[in-house]
Design a protein. Structure first.
Length: 249
């Protein structure tokens, strides 16, 4: 560390820095030739400009969009649901293109894909004219699950949404207080029991009167979203919900 006020000397490039950079560029180009990025929908080769989102523009347009009232109708049938505004970008198509996208995001070690998808979700939220939140908060993973996966897919989605809406992203506010089983194989009643009381807050003082946008990847029964919103509402926040996709029923 330099003494206070001292100027650091510029770091000189080593003689090998040029060749190393050239080799890395060549290596990336070679991988692109041997393993070109393919669309998850139709397997057509993707242009470089589309490679960060593994869908061609045609397949992206064909994804089933969720109607504005779809998620609201689902939530209004649930007990203790108190979300002010709700939005889902797409309808989940089991076995289809969107499921492949969601699996790539969740299990494919592709955190940057989450940010790109989150930008689409954020743009849809803004275009719908919903209120701009004061904070964007992802549904958290328990620490062992996060370490196993390497990142939280909902957090990556939330990062893209926060970027588009130009509001703070708080990944440290809502916590998972205990491990829970995967919801995928559980019955509807077991899902509610599984996540009941599983979320808490690191701090509550500044949340009274705040509008918080809660973010998750897929809405199925609503158990996780409702349980995650509970401590936020208890602290006085108005909670909205945005998800990448919701199941049809």
């Amino acid at each position: 560390m330099c003494p206070l006020g001292a100027q650091e000397k510029p770091v000189k490039a080593t003689p090998s820095s040029g060749p190393v950079r050239l080799l890395r560029t060549f290596g990336r180009a070679l991988l692109g030739v041997l393993y070109p990025p393919l669309c998850l929908g139709c397997e057509v080769r993707l242009p470089d400009a589309e490679a960060s989102l593994p869908l061609c523009s045609a397949c992206l347009r064909r994804l089933p969009r969720a109607e504005p009232g779809t998620l609201r109708a689902r939530l209004d049938r649930l007990p203790a649901s108190a979300f002010s505004h709700v939005s889902a970008l797409w309808l989940f198509d089991e076995g289809g293109t969107l499921q492949q996208i969601q699996h790539a995001l969740k299990y494919g070690n592709r955190p940057t894909l989450g940010v790109r998808l989150g930008r689409l979700v954020g743009e849809a939220w803004r275009e719908a004219g919903y209120p701009v939140p004061g904070l964007v908060v992802p549904v958290p993973l328990h620490r062992p699950r996060r370490l196993e996966r390497g990142y939280n897919q909902s957090e990556r989605l939330a990062a893209g949404i926060a970027e588009v809406l130009d509001v703070p992203l708080r990944t440290d506010l809502l916590t998972r207080t205990r491990p829970t089983r995967s919801q995928t194989t559980l019955s509807q009643s077991a899902r509610w029991q599984n996540v009941d009381g599983a979320f808490g807050l690191q701090e509550v003082e500044h949340l009274s009167g705040q509008r918080v946008l809660l973010v998750d990847d897929v809405f199925t029964t609503g158990a996780t979203a409702v349980a995650a919103a509970a401590p936020l509402r208890s602290a006085g926040a108005t909670v909205d919900l945005s998800v990448l996709a919701c199941t049809r029923e």
